[in-house]
Design a protein around this ligand. Structure first.
Ligand SMILES: Cc1cc2nc3c(=O)[nH]c(=O)nc-3n(C[C@H](O)[C@H](O)[C@H](O)COP(=O)(O)O)c2cc1C
Length: 161
C-alpha cells in the first residue's frame, strides 16, 4: 500500500458507520453473505439504498448481478456476525440463525433492521461496484443499539449530545 493509500484509509476511518450483512443468492442458488459498512440510503421516493462491493469479493456475482439482496443492520450484540461474514472461504451460515425473506434472501435473526431489496442498478466505482436497490419490505426493532465502526475498531454508541 502506498503512503497516500494509507492516509486515505486513515482519513476515511474517521467517518463512523454502522455495520450490515448483505445477503444474496448467486445464479446457482447458493446463499451468500458479506459484511458491509458502505451502506446508505439514497432516495425516499422511490425508496432506494446503496452499498459498495469490492470487485475481488467472492460473492460479487450474487450481490451485484442478482435480482435481489437483503441488508441486515447489526446491533451491538452481533459483533461476531460481522467477523463471520467478513471472513473468506468458509460456510458463513453454519452457526447463524436466519429465515428466508419474501425475495428469497436470508434474513439474519436479531438485527436492528432488515431491508429486502430488488436490485435496480449496478455502477462502476474504481475497485468496487456500487449496487443500488429498491426497498420492497422492511422491518425494524423498537429498541437496541447499533454496532459501529470507527478508526478500524468496533464501537458502541456513547450517548446523546
Ligand atoms: C466492518 C467491516 C466493513 C466492511 N465493509 C465492506 C464494504 O463496504 N464493501 C466490501 O466490499 N467489503 C467490506 N468489508 C470486507 C468484506 O466483508 C470481506 O472482504 C469479506 O471477506 C468478503 O468475503 P468473500 O470474498 O468471501 O465474499 C468489510 C469488512 C468489515 C470487517
Amino acid at each position: 500500500m502506498t503512503e497516500t493509500q494509507t492516509d486515505f484509509r486513515l482519513a476515511l476511518s474517521r467517518f463512523a458507520s454502522g455495520v450490515c450483512v448483505v445477503t444474496a443468492t448467486d445464479p446457482g442458488g447458493r446463499a451468500y453473505g458479506v459484511t458491509i459498512s458502505s451502506f446508505c440510503s439514497l432516495s425516499l421516493d422511490p425508496p432506494l439504498v446503496l452499498f459498495c462491493i469490492g470487485k475481488k469479493t467472492s460473492g460479487l456475482e450474487a450481490c451485484a448481478g442478482g435480482a435481489a439482496f437483503a441488508v441486515n443492520v447489526l446491533s451491538e450484540q452481533q459483533l461476531h456476525l460481522s467477523d463471520v461474514f467478513a471472513r473468506k472461504e468458509h460456510d458463513k451460515f453454519a452457526d447463524v440463525a436466519f429465515t428466508i425473506g419474501g425475495n428469497g434472501c436470508r434474513i439474519l435473526e436479531g438485527c436492528l433492521a432488515t431491508l429486502e431489496c430488488s436490485r435496480v442498478e449496478t455502477y462502476e466505482g474504481g475497485d468496487h461496484l456500487i449496487v443500488v436497490g429498491r426497498v420492497d419490505q422492511m422491518a425494524y426493532a423498537d429498541g437496541g443499539l447499533p454496532l459501529l465502526r470507527f478508526t478500524g475498531r468496533y464501537r458502541r454508541i456513547g450517548g446523546e449530545l
